[in-house]
Design a protein around this ligand. Structure first.
Ligand SMILES: Nc1ncnc2c1ncn2[C@@H]1O[C@H](COP(=O)(O)OP(=O)(O)O)[C@@H](O)[C@H]1O
Ligand SMILES: [Mg+2]
Length: 343
């Protein structure tokens, strides 16, 4: 999948908000037709700002981008018609039924009434809401609301769908369910999907390629598996026990000096825990034990694993992406968003 022509092309795109915050700082990338492409990064990284520029909701400060061949500034109308956009805030009206919500969306695109009705049935089937179409949205679960939100983005049959944090604040089962609907849109309709997320598992299991974005800058772009293999080794996590900080330092230096050790990094917010990237974990562990022991320190715990996308993130940004799926913070944000759309 995703071997098609570039359908989104971004060159040196920058957004400086009034007041001086550079939210997006000279990013360049492309998305291929039929690809599920993800922007992975923490809150404030510039994900929504990028989506809003590409969907023509805000203007870039500098740089260029085309969507479906249309320039996002000079041909904004054509861009808008070729894409669907599902914002990170729920946009559906609780007091209306799904059908009524979709009808309004169809009118927004100036579709004729009979055409809207046809398409409503079509998109409701896509997100499996047709048997609840005439219930008010206030009776829906969080996952159903999000599916309706996605259906709204599809009413004008776009070729490209932009999803800004599509599973924010949903529980893990519901998130997986949303992933299946997204995969299905690509599989059945060849739709190109650009999504943002701060969930590592989402990027890993859903996206063909991801861009790791941090403070408005793209740090790496590739498929999750290629990114993992770029770390190029096994990961040994160990905790050093010692009587003095000097001995811990000596133990770290001795580990770094081993020929098959690629890097040693202290884990953030930890006491003497280190992440060691090595060529081959099985043979490295005994040698690491030996080297650290020689410095008069000892290892109180050790673990070996293959790199995950978390390790990739740490490697490229130097920090961990806090990702408590369905965390309290996320749930709170989601509730606030829902309250905003209620009347
Ligand atoms: N309308 C705005 N005016 C000024 N600053 C903004 C505005 N929207 C976002 N920002 C700032 O731009 C940065 C990127 O925000 P955003 O694109 O929303 O990130 P993300 O979606 O990755 O969480 C943040 O520092 C945010 O505070
Ligand atoms: Mg955002």
């Amino acid at each position: 999948m995703g071997n098609g022509q570039p359908i989104i092309v971004v060159e040196d795109l920058t957004k400086v908000y009034p007041g001086g915050i550079t939210a997006v700082n000279g990013i360049s990338f492309h998305v291929r037709q039929g690809e599920i492409f993800g922007f992975l990064g923490p809150n404030g990284a510039g994900k929504s700002t990028t989506i809003m520029m590409l969907t023509t909701l805000i203007k870039p400060t500098s740089g260029r981008a085309t969507v479906h061949g249309y320039d996002i500034v000079r041909e904004a109308n054509a861009v808008r018609l070729s894409l669907g956009y599902v914002s990170q805030d729920l946009a559906v009206d609780d007091a209306l039924t799904a059908r009524e919500n979709l009808y309004l969306q169809g009118r927004f695109y100036h579709l004729p009434k009979p055409e809207i009705e046809k398409r409503i049935d079509e998109v409701l089937k896509l997100v499996n809401l047709h048997d609840r179409a005439d219930n008010r949205v206030e009776t829906y679960s969080g996952g159903m609301r999000k599916r309706l939100d996605i259906a709204e983005g599809l009413i004008h049959r776009p070729r490209i769908l932009f999803l800004d944090e599509p599973t924010l604040g949903l529980d893990i089962q519901t998130r997986r369910e949303i992933w299946r609907y997204i995969e299905n849109l690509r599989a059945e309709y060849g739709m190109t999907i650009f999504l943002t997320t701060h969930y590592m598992d989402e990027a890993d299991s859903l996206c063909d390629r991801i861009a790791i974005i941090d403070r408005g800058v793209i740090k790496a772009i590739d498929s999750p598996s290629t990114l993992k293999s770029q770390i190029g080794g096994d990961i040994v996590t160990l905790k050093i026990d010692s009587v003095t900080p000097e001995r811990v330092q000596a133990a770290v230096r001795a580990t770094e000096a081993l020929p098959f050790v690629r890097s040693v990094k202290k884990q953030e917010n930890s006491n003497d825990s280190y992440v060691v990237v090595v060529n081959d974990g099985e043979t490295a562990i005994p040698a690491i034990f030996h080297a650290i022991g020689r410095e008069g320190a000892s290892i109180s715990s050790i673990a070996l694993k293959k790199p995950t996308l978390d390790d990739v993130y740490l490697f490229f940004t130097g920090k961990e992406l806090r990702q408590e799926s369905g965390s309290r913070e996320d749930a709170m944000r989601a509730r606030m968003i829902m309250r905003r759309v209620r009347r």
